[in-house]
Design a protein. Structure first.
Length: 327
């Protein structure tokens, strides 16, 4: 399967580094709005084609799947371009800037019978299945509460704090905490409360989110672009608890009983970077003729986008490009 990359930043580099080690796919092209950047990127990873515009990549009949690695604010426009040219899409998280854009992208893909999926990489990893299996085994009883945090020292990056690029902690790192909660408790939320601290530019620098679910279940989530965190996800059950090391790329799952003694441990299998799983899942979905990947269903992507819209509403944060219809 021939794949093109749209954008040549840090995440695009990791994806390229991953795909060149995957015999199942061919990293065929890379596009930037600057031809020299695209050429340098292509040379670095021995990619056959370099494009000086996104339109050229989308129009290339050799390319089947395009990985979108541009800022959040551009995902919707870029995805529509790809879909209009008959290309399948693997779109970096957060999938779009808001629910309205995400729905439009998914509707267009379904209308054209093309696959589109969110590159929420942890959802595609074997450790996500391991976590589900451990919980289903009943070893910690009924999971009732979870906490999750993700924070990096990245507030010095323009993209992270720029409202016009849909910056802020929520769409960049908070989306992982929301997906962790979704993975464990599902998508039926009964209440959302939150607190926020904003940057000088008006996007969220730090946030704290509490989600309530049927049956008295609760998730407490924290994310930030100003501090460093342990990245842990902890799930508390009626017979014990478990600790997931690094919710951004599950490294291990440690299970503890009611005496807080370690009774089980699961380690992440060897991987290239971890990004290979979403590429393989996309390839499989395309070959099966599906418009979505079962690991990251459209319904879940839309659910998370809707929750993030509600959180920004609570915080009074709107991106400059959003219209009234996109709130």
């Amino acid at each position: 399967m021939k794949i093109g990359i749209m954008g040549t930043g840090r995440i695009a580099s990791i994806l390229a580094e991953t795909m060149v080690q995957m015999p199942e796919v061919c990293l065929y092209g890379a596009a930037s709005r600057n031809l020299k950047k695209a050429e340098d990127f292509a040379a670095r990873f021995s990619i056959k084609k370099a494009y000086g515009s996104y339109e050229e990549l989308a129009a290339d009949s050799e390319v089947q799947l395009i990985y979108i690695a541009t800022p959040h604010s551009e995902h919707s426009r870029n995805a529509r371009l790809c879909l209009e040219h008959g290309k399948h899409v693997l779109c970096e998280k957060s999938f779009a800037a808001n629910y309205s854009q995400a729905k439009e992208m998914i509707d267009l893909a379904q209308e054209k019978n093309l696959m589109i999926t969110e590159a929420m990489w942890v959802r595609y990893m074997p450790m996500a299945d391991t976590l589900k299996e451990v919980l289903a085994s009943g070893i910690i009883g009924e999971p009732m509460t979870l906490t999750a945090n993700l924070a990096y020292l990245v507030s010095d990056k323009h993209r992270i704090v720029a409202p016009e690029l849909a910056g802020g902690a929520l769409l960049d790192v908070g989306v992982y905490t929301l997906n962790f909660a979704s993975l464990v408790f599902g998508d039926e939320i009964t209440d959302i409360t939150s607190s926020v601290i904003k940057t000088e530019t008006g996007v969220d620098a730090q946030n704290s989110i509490t989600l309530l679910y049927p049956g008295g279940k609760m998730a407490v989530l924290n994310s930030s672009v100003q501090v460093l965190s342990d990245r842990q996800g902890i799930i508390y059950g009626t017979k014990g608890f478990l600790v997931v090391e690094n919710i951004n790329n599950f490294e291990s799952i440690c299970v503890y009983n009611t005496d807080r003694k370690l009774v089980g441990s699961y380690q992440r299998p060897e991987q290239i970077t971890g990004y290979e799983y979403q590429v393989l899942a996309s390839k499989d979905a395309i070959e099966q003729g599906w418009t979505e990947c079962p690991q990251m269903p459209h319904q879940t992507t839309l659910h998370v986008m809707r929750v993030m819209d509600e959180l920004r509403r609570q915080w009074g944060i709107r991106y400059p490009f959003e219209t009234t219809n996109e709130e």
